[in-house]
Design a protein around this ligand. Structure first.
Ligand code: IMP
Length: 425
């Protein structure tokens, strides 16, 4: 099996967790390479539901190694809680199979406070962050004042770094955001209280990935969020703080891109978005409510209602030209069942021009009107279809239309949340 990335092609929540889980049994290692616990992957195995935020869903397969690599920002408290929850379900999370890069930046208590304080202060232009401290942690990484997982073995260094970070943050908390200042000693104690539990997981993951590769073993690089939330290529500023595109798998893990030969884009059969920002195909009517209810479109991380709309081919063209996926996995096709008509946005109309790709700015995208093509729906319940031929003709035609618009074939079609409800082509 080749090394591969599995990544979101829209605004996140495409159902990556399920496909990663499915493919995990075919590789020896699963790697998270960006983002943090802003992501939430729901995986259902034999009716048992698991919601994972930071630990790769590969953990649900015996013997698969799981890596949280340097590109991730890790909330150590969430990480340990997730370990406890998995242990309660008899899943092995020992440091023999779960690894954290020493270069992974830690989300500190003050990052969460800053994230919320900043959002709360904005009257206009709220991004709608998950409030998990993701942005502030990446900011400190770039400002070169971040605390990394490997630092925990050097308490003096951790204290020094907290001192430097809090000098600035406390000035903001007091002078600008009107929230309580934080004490260096208290933060230091809180963070060091988990050092003994976290440190056994901290290992040189660059070396681990390299040596697995040399032994002919393969890895799956699991992305979080989606292309349109990428800090560079998404609908800036309504984006997350990392590069979500598959190409970041290499930088975010220290594994050569040349060795990664498969890129699987996860494509939801319609579109959803959480938080603020333009969304041309958004539905404000009962069809939007239908998709939300039938698709269970409520955030796995924050429980927030997801905005729902029709499939947008401009978004997928953008994904294709930036990431060049080798195939795509179409998820939640079953959710569309029961609709008389299904619309597909094939282009935008924007100030008298017809566009095939999203404009470069969020303001430009907000001016775009979708140009729709319509397809007939299907009434049958497809959730037990296990072969392509078993799908109703209109469902097959819909998938083929998407393939034509995206420019690559669907290797997987998901017809329900369970691992087994997936048609492979
Ligand atoms: P942050 O990543 O918490 O800073 O949030 C920035 C934006 O990305 C907000 O609009 C979030 O709703 C969105 N976002 C972050 N993670 C996810 C995700 O896993 N799925 C969908 N949206 C996300």
């Amino acid at each position: 099996m080749a090394n591969m990335t599995v990544f979101g092609s829209q605004w996140g929540d495409e159902g990556k967790g399920k496909i990663v889980d499915l493919l995990s049994s075919e590789v020896q290692c699963v790697v998270r390479y960006q983002g943090g616990n802003n992501a939430g992957h729901t995986v259902i195995v034999n009716g048992q539901k698991y919601v994972l935020h930071v630990i790769p869903s590969g953990i649900l397969h015996d013997g698969i190694l799981c890596v949280i690599s340097n590109g991730v920002v890790l909330d150590p408290f969430v990480f340990l809680t997730e370990i406890d929850n998995l242990n309660a379900k008899n899943i092995d999370t020992s440091p023999k199979r779960l690894f954290v890069s020493p270069k992974t930046h830690l989300i500190m208590p003050y990052h969460k406070v800053l994230d919320s304080a900043r959002e709360n202060m904005k009257s206009d232009g709220k991004i709608g962050t998950t409030g998990r401290g993701i942005g502030p942690c990446y900011e400190d990484k770039m400002a070169r004042i971040g605390v990394r997982a490997g630092d925990l073995s050097d308490p003096n260094l951790v204290r020094q770094k907290i001192e430097i970070a809090l000098k600035e943050k406390n000035a903001l908390f007091k002078g600008l955001y009107n929230v309580d200042e934080m004490s260096v000693e208290e933060v230091f104690k809180e963070v060091m209280s988990i050092a003994d539990r976290l440190l056994p997981y901290v290992q040189d993951t660059t070396e681990l990935l390299y040596s697995l590769h040399k032994q002919g073993k393969s890895a799956l690089f699991e992305g979080a969020q989606g292309v349109m939330l990428d800090i560079d290529h998404g609908t800036y500023p309504f984006v997350t703080s990392s590069n979500t595109i598959c190409n970041n798998a290499s930088v975010g893990s220290g594994f050569p891109s040349e060795y990664i030969n498969e890129h699987i884009a996860i494509v939801k059969a319609y579109t959803t978005r959480v938080g603020a920002g333009p969304f041309p195909t958004e539905l404000f009517d009962e069809t939007g409510d239908f998709l939300r209810e039938k698709g269970g479109e409520y955030g796995a991380t924050t429980g927030r209602t997801r905005r729902c709309g029709w499939f947008d081919a401009c978004v997928l063209r953008e994904c294709y030209r930036i990431c060049k996926p080798t195939t795509f996995a179409l998820t939640k096709l079953d959710v569309l069942g029961g609709l008389d008509e299904i619309k597909i946005c094939v282009a935008y109309s924007c100030e008298g021009k017809t566009l095939s790709y999203p404009p470069e700015s969020a303001a430009g995208l907000a001016k775009c009107e979708p140009i729709f093509e319509s397809m007939p729906g299907w009434k049958e319940d497809i959730s037990s279809c296990s072969k392509w031929e078993e799908l109703p003709e209109n469902a097959r035609k819909y998938v083929e239309k998407l393939e034509e618009l995206i420019g690559v074939k669907a290797g997987f079609v998901s017809v329900g949340p369970d691992r087994n409800q997936t048609i492979r082509r």
